[in-house]
Design a protein around this ligand. Sequence first.
Ligand code: ATP
Length: 260
Amino acid sequence: MTAESAAPSADVPALRVAHLEKRYGTLKAVDRVSFEVRRGEIVGLLGPNGAGKTTTINMILGLLEPSAGEVQIGGIPLRSRRGAALARTNFAAVYSALPGNLTVRQNLRIFALLYDVADGTHRIDALIEEFDLARLADTKCGLLSSGEQTRVALAKALLNRPELLLLDEPTASLDPSAAQIVREKIKGLAASRRCGILWTSHNMLEVEAVCDRVLLLSHGRILLEGEPRSLPQRHGAASLEELFIRVAREPLSAAAGGAA
Ligand code: ATP
């Protein structure tokens, strides 16, 4: 049985991170971070440059070994059952381009094999249609515009019907119209496929529009957490952007604002 055919239990979160830590010498890049992403939920992982977002994501993807703590994907511990946990995960990131000398379809075929997708050909055809890639299916990925590459990366990220989808600035290279289409697709995905999504972005308006919950990281720790439209008011800020700027400049006073 492939991991994708194993029925997920509805009450187990898509992602559970407990006391996760990454140390580089004396620097704690990620400092005892704990959170969950439930199925059907889109959680924004926010924070200023150097806050620890990429380090956290790389530990969830199994690319970096944590110094301490645990990651579970769909209830499966990453440390002891790495293959099964990662088979339920996928990601799309601007910095992770697909091989440019292969066509869109060739790339999708290779990743379908890697992810052991049972109905690979049908799945690829469906995703090519869903992401409007038919015209580009036989074009080498290296020749695509950055927006087109993003659509291919998202199609690749959905090949194995992940329970947990990690998206690192998925709309960063898209024009406003294409970005809106992608946002709607991802919202629909969370709602209908019961997939949990962890989304990083520096665009606070987008985060307000898309995320059900946000985690604001600062110096490796979760400083603030809540619903993106009510969180700013709770901390005396007019908008998420204003709250973000305050966290970036004065992390301790931003957290204290919530206690008032
Ligand atoms: P950005 O928004 O700029 O991408 P980020 O929130 O993703 O930032 P990380 O890349 O996770 O931040 O980095 C967190 C901290 O860990 C930074 O201070 C960074 O310099 C440090 N860091 C990351 N990787 C290493 C490494 N291999 N060795 C030493 N320090 C590292």
